[in-house]
Design a protein around this ligand. Structure first.
Ligand code: CAA
Length: 248
């Protein structure tokens, strides 16, 4: 098939931050593949995107914590749309509780979804990128991978691990015009932070120097910047976008 538009795969594409990233990439002319977990929710979401004029967004329900499923899913995307040139790892979950109460399942679920998935997706796309001597990988981590967070040993470990992977893979691919970067959002106004008990949430908001949560669009802008062909000298970097809450 002839490749018409560059293909961007956004895992967790139907989520709060993911949706904004998909729309921003679609506006830039990418053929966007939005990853999802819940098919019914995703189909409704896609209809909304199309109604809003983002016709160049499609869905893919690849099971991210399954190595073989990622390989097979990427092959399918290649056949339908062409090789992936931009990968944004945005899928993530929380299972917040203190370590003394955390079950093994709560630990594993978060590590599988937030970190193993990044290995699986990168592994599935990297050979095409190496062959084409071009690629952009943006790993969406978190402020809590940078500073740790009470009640999030699983999430903080996964998000910190993500940046380790970013730095190592950036070195392995630097001569092939592939960049790998981490973007660490702070508290962004999405459903994920609405799960935090209100009192705690409010105290977190108060501690943010700009005194507000970030918006998904503020993250999406930076993703598009890192994904741009002209951003080729930025690799192995971490970009903090957190309203000044953590300056590392
Ligand atoms: N620092 C120190 N002590 C704290 C504390 C903190 N930040 N938060 C709570 N405590 C204290 C409580 O006051 C309480 O003390 P006492 O026992 O003396 O009364 C004790 O710790 C509670 O401990 P428990 O083990 O009983 O914890 P819990 O089950 O009641 O609740 C929690 C723990 C669910 C993790 C709750 O603190 C919480 O939701 N915290 C917010 C976690 C958070 O920020 N998650 C981010 C989600 S959004 C996201 O992850 C996106 C992103 O990338 C930014």
């Amino acid at each position: 098939m002839t490749q018409t538009a560059p293909v961007a795969w956004v895992t967790g594409g139907t989520g709060g931050i993911g949706s904004a990233i998909c729309r921003e990439l679609a506006s830039q002319g990418y053929q966007v593949i939005a990853g999802y977990r819940n098919k019914e929710k995703a189909e409704g979401w896609l209809a909304e995107q199309h109604a809003a004029g983002f016709e160049n967004i499609a869905l893919s329900g690849i099971e991210l914590d399954n190595f073989e499923a990622c390989q097979a899913g990427v092959n399918e995307i290649r056949e339908r749309f062409g090789s992936i040139s931009v990968l944004v790892n945005c899928a993530g979950i929380t299972r917040d509780t203190t370590l003394r109460k955390m079950s093994y399942e709560q630990w594993r679920e978060v590590i599988n979804c937030n970190l193993d998935s990044v290995f699986n997706t990168c592994r599935a796309v990297i050979n095409d990128m190496l062959e084409h001597k071009y690629g952009r990988i943006v790993n969406i981590s978190s402020i809590n991978g940078r500073k740790g967070q009470f009640g999030q040993v699983n999430y903080s470990a996964a998000k910190a691990g993500m940046h380790g992977l970013t730095m190592a893979l950036a070195q392995e691919t630097a001569t092939k015009n592939i960049t790998v970067n981490t973007l660490s959002p702070g508290y962004i106004a999405t459903d994920m932070i609405m799960k935090i008990p209100e009192e705690i949430r409010e105290s977190i908001r108060e501690a943010i120097p700009v005194k507000r949560y970030g918006t998904p669009e503020e993250i999406a802008r930076a993703v598009v910047f890192l994904a741009d062909e002209k951003s080729g000298f930025i690799t192995g970097a971490n970009l903090d976008i957190n309203g000044g809450q953590f300056m590392g």
